[in-house]
Design a protein around this ligand. Sequence first.
Ligand SMILES: Nc1ncnc2c1ncn2[C@@H]1O[C@H](COP(=O)(O)OP(=O)(O)OP(=O)(O)O)[C@@H](O)[C@H]1O
Length: 465
Amino acid sequence: MTEPRAEIWIADDDRGVRFVLAEALRDAGLNVREFGSGDEVRAALRDARPALLLTDVRMPGEDGLTLLSALKNQGVGPVIVMSAYTDVATTAAAYRAGAVDYLAKPFDLDQAVAAVQRALADVPAATAVAPPPAPPTHALLGESPAMREVFRLIGRVAASDLNVLITGETGTGKELVARALHEESARRDKPFVALNTAAIPSELLESELFGHEAGAFTGATRRHAGRFEQAEGGTLFLDEIGDMPLALQTRLLRVLAGGEFYRVGGRELIRGNVRIIAATHQDLDTRVAAGQFRADLKHRLDVVRIELPALRQRRSDIALLAQHFLAAAARELKLPAKRFSKAALKAIAQRDFPGNVRELENLCRRLAVIAPGMEILPADLGNSAASSSAGGWTDGLREWAVQALADGEVDIHTRAREALDQTLLQVALEAHEGHRQHAAAALGVGRNTLTRKLGASRPRRPSKP
Ligand SMILES: Nc1ncnc2c1ncn2[C@@H]1O[C@H](COP(=O)(O)OP(=O)(O)OP(=O)(O)O)[C@@H](O)[C@H]1O
């Protein structure tokens, strides 16, 4: 028998995985012992302890995560979990159960050896708290390497109280990621409060955030708890943080630095315990450089950055998401469940989706309602998507552009885009009796986008959003 404390244990029911991994670790000069199940590991623990354990999640008998929880306080070294399941729930459960790292199968052997060496070098850090697991209420889907990396990052930072900045184009799932971070954290039983900075008139934003006392300003008849207070003990999600006015940025920075604030018109100092997750579709560095965003606030918020790729940059997720949204729409609207033909799925995956996942979701909802057959064909997509063949209006546009260029006009792209936006927004708002959320959904854009575009054309009204 080899020295127990110097051993690396591998538990995996797949002999092939065990074998190549063991060989690679031995090549790196480590002592390795192999196990085919969690039960075998338990048995071996009667007279030995590993310096590090690498375990699969799904194994016959006891699974890897149960094994992991049972090993707590048993003097077992750091544990690395390996799994082909890279969804947020499994990844987060692994970290929660005390894993120090998570290897997504199939993994690169050099990467696995490096992870083992890193964990061995870092032994004192290998302790973790384990709040009771609760079923996640978010459903963040994706199998692309880019999304797996996002899940890994969520699993890794959810349990910490670090501020997180989520970046990505509109509709890429920033709010869903923020919810996942909350659900997977120890704060999950406390409130998750979201505030969309862009959707609230700037003059109301301060009292929305920090609350106000009765009589603080005209119209403030009662004391009002701000979002900071509502989120006490939980998570505050500040969406579209890039749009926050500078004066309020200064105030927010002070609160983040000191953890204390006053309500508007108030004298009582309130101490808050809130985790901040911020999101932006804009490039904050550019806004900092332009003097529109405080660099020091950016540093406070940008402790951990999660970048969500545009949907067109992870096309391998499109089919999965489309099928999910189609089935969800059928359930929700109580319609018969249609299916995509192979060709339709392929055609969808080739689209660009400027509105990202939200646009795909809207397309699937429309298809659930209007596609004629039980099987959705490529031809059905053309009818429901706003494509360039949407009618004769591009002919008129062409004429206008030819004339404008001939007249030597500059910047016609901006003008045309504004005209297009305003036309679509007005039509959609009229069709939905001014209801912004419905109008945005009908257009396949986010509510934030709609509000932003409306704001670009008219002065903001000091009313409720
Ligand atoms: N990976 C995903 N799996 C399942 N649903 C998703 C995923 N990403 C986004 N969605 C869905 O797409 C829609 C848009 O997501 P979300 O609101 O989180 O985007 P966002 O980036 O915050 O958008 P905005 O910048 O416009 O606020 C939501 O209905 C969300 O449930």
